[in-house]
Design a protein around this ligand. Structure first.
Ligand code: SAM
Ligand code: SF4
Length: 355
């Protein structure tokens, strides 16, 4: 097994380092030892980003990945095809880093949607530059979009993202709405500095017909500033939102979905809360991840990765790719382990994994 050095995950490479699959039944899907089956694939497209959110990136950005080390649109589509056709994946989401930093994003979406029959293809983005590219992305087949927006206060936004770009994000959201993306979903990470603005963000989302979901901050910031004692949890957010809105009993469309939905002022509008830290949904996790360099990561918090890019470039056939992917997922850990006193953060930060 190759341990590349401090700050890098453990990467298993073909032909000798295939993950151990002892005890795995002969199932086609992405099964793990705890009986979970992954059907939701997150593919990171780049480590680059136009923002530097403090809960994610270091101020100077992540170390650059050499261009030749990134998966190409053809390689990404090949993995999408294997995932959907051979491994039972039903949802594909492109993420990063910032997907819009890739000039070939339209080609990636077009090639992937072509081979992802029966699966949904979506993207998580910070929205910067989306106004100029939404037409091409929709033409390439993109129908679903999550935009990350933590606050509608310009100063708070600039402090949190280390960039004064709120107007650019709002322009991107407006363009997506005009292009017919519906429902438009907004993701907001819960941070102490912006908690006071949570009511304004919800009011703005309601006015703009966007579905807002708050996410508890996880210890995946490159600066390693996260502290359990200081993080804003779902309970605290509910208190703040209740000062302006009436939130009624949780209403769960899909009990396995990570977001707990609340009706706002009697509905039909809702607000979602993903309590990844205080109410872990690891036991129902159905995610598999591919990093921008083409390694499979079975868990956000697991630094054991399996290199599919080497297989792709070494001439492996689809059956071999699927076999290695299944093997990688069999070793998925039970949960993030944040509740344990011996919890150790993963070496990769959120932007380097793909959130
Ligand atoms: N740049 C894009 C964006 O911001 O939407 C895509 C990549 S970003 C890493 C994906 C999602 O992860 C975003 O919604 C972001 O808010 C979330 N995220 C980043 N760091 C996080 C953390 N430490 N805890 C929880 N969510 C985080
Ligand atoms: Fe960039 Fe998204 Fe990370 Fe913010 S959360 S720094 S926009 S990758």
């Amino acid at each position: 097994m190759t341990r590349l050095g401090l700050g890098l995950p453990t990467i298993r490479r073909a032909p000798t380092e295939r993950p151990d699959t002892t005890g795995r039944p002969d199932a086609t899907g992405l099964l793990d030892r705890f009986g979970r089956v992954a059907r939701d694939l997150r593919i990171s497209l780049t480590e680059k980003c136009s923002l530097r959110c403090t809960y994610c990136m270091p101020a100077e950005g992540l170390p650059a990945i050499a261009r030749e080390d990134l998966l190409t649109p053809v390689e990404i589509a090949r993995l999408v095809q294997v995932a959907v056709r051979d491994l039972g994946v039903r949802d594909i989401r492109f993420t990063g880093g910032e997907p819009l930093m890739r000039a070939d994003l339209e080609e990636i979406i077009a090639r992937s949607t072509e081979v992802a029959e029966g699966a949904s293809v979506s993207m998580t983005t910070n929205g910067i530059g989306l106004d100029k590219r939404i037409g091409g992305l929709v033409a390439a087949g993109l129908t679903r979009l999550n935009v990350s927006l933590d606050t509608v206060d310009r100063d708070h936004f600039a402090r949190l993202t280390r960039r004064d770009r709120l107007a650019a994000v709002l322009a991107g959201i407006e363009a997506a709405k005009l292009a017919g993306i519906a429902p438009l979903k907004i993701n907001a990470v819960l941070m102490r500095d912006t908690l006071g603005g949570a009511v304004d963000l919800l009011a703005w989302s309601l006015d703009n017909g966007a579905r807002l979901r708050f996410i508890e901050q996880m210890p995946l910031d490159a600066d390693e500033a996260w502290a359990r004692d200081n993080m804003v949890d779902a309970a605290e957010l509910l208190d703040v939102l209740s000062s302006r809105f009436t939130l009624s009993q949780p209403h769960r469309e899909d009990p396995s979905a990570p977001a707990e939905e609340w009706l706002v002022d009697g509905g039909p509008a809702t607000v979602g809360i993903i309590a990844s830290v205080t109410r872990s949904f690891c036991s129902a996790c159905d995610r598999t991840r591919v990093t921008a360099e083409g390694t499979v990561r079975s868990c956000l918090f697991g630094d054991d990765e399996t290199d599919l890019r080497a297989l792709l470039r070494g001439g492996a056939d689809d059956a071999e790719l699927a076999d290695w992917w299944r093997a990688a997922m069999w070793g998925k850990q039970a949960g993030h382990g944040m509740e344990r006193s011996d919890f150790v953060r993963p070496v990769r930060s959120m932007g380097a994994i793909g959130g």
